[in-house]
Ligand binder design. Sequence first.
Ligand code: AMP
Length: 396
Amino acid sequence: MKTIDDFNFKDKKALIRVDFNVPQDDELKVTDDTRIVAAKPTIDKILKDGGSAILMTHLGRPKGGVEDKFSLKHIASKVSEILGVKVIMAKDVVGEDAQEKAKNLKPGEVLLLENVRFHSEEEKGDKSFAEQLSKLGDIYVNDAFGTAHRAHASTAIIGEFFPNAKCFGYLMKQELEAINKVLKSGEKPITAILGGAKVSSKITIIDNILPAIDNLIIGGGMTYTFIKAQGGKIGKSLVEDDKLELALDILKQAEKNNVKVYLPVDNVCADNFSNDANMKTVPVDQIPDGWMGMDCGPETNKLFAEVIKNSKTILWNGPLGVFEMENFAKGTIALGDAISEATKNGAFSLVGGGDSVAFVKQYNYDEKVSYVSTGGGAMLESLEGKELPGVAAVMK
Ligand code: AMP
């Protein structure tokens, strides 16, 4: 795996694919700068070497043409503030202005290209557009983990125009190492916690990780498909009736792989899907008619915490209950506490994919776990065992 540490950027123009697809408010001000901050170490190293940086990214979902609200000029000052250097803004992506500014770029300077998705060729993975982009810089650096699962012109196709001068930035390196640390070289026992709504959206992940892990904790909405498949009473809980066989098959596969599966033993249920609903705690397989399971109960939280306490490597994806409603966030909070504690005692913990990342940020667990992935879809596809085009393009 070639990283920017394998190159000296002195007098070189680094063409860096970053993921600055940041959230903005109505006035287009950046509301969460995590992704810009995450790319800073890579850009810093290049500038420190005596090189210059040409940044390319997408922002939002323009329909393949110029749309002012998606212009990167609205975030240029934020990028400049975070990097601590002036950012030169190009008026286009591969047009005259970008070419001119790239040509005149001096060591220590940063050029931000316009939104790569102002060209429909970007998402189509168009080769000649990728070639035009490639002419702007000397070395291609991919640091956009958030878009690494897309075979777009600037994230993947461009790689072939830099056969000997391409590498990963620090963020990509960290993300790939974190996944490897869990699935390839994790210290045992390795525990994966999968929550969230549906079995169907997690099945490929389960299939892929079973050979690597020792314990599988299952929670959240998908619990009830397993419980019903085993003959339990689940009331009106979320269930995928066409996945009952699949649930039993997962349990069999786990056994074959010597993976111990932990399902909730009790749960907090509600008489309707609302924070103000009536609540009661019952065994997970005895939910009364008209009630639905919304969160793990106290016995479950204890059981899961015990497993986590004894783990050396932890992977977490998906909440254990309807955490968006305060009354049903307790199971997920208990899980966050247990993972934090295990991490403090030396375990490696990786949180990845969508809602669990939102949860750790909202409840301030992000400093207490080892690594929080910046890429939702890209992390999920990695866990599914898929090769990410953005990674493959640099490895080739
Ligand atoms: P996912 O995107 O598959 O990780 O699912 C996340 C969603 O699962 C969140 O919006 C949670 O509210 C939801 N969820 C978690 N537990 C339950 C449950 N017991 N019943 C219904 N939805 C749930």
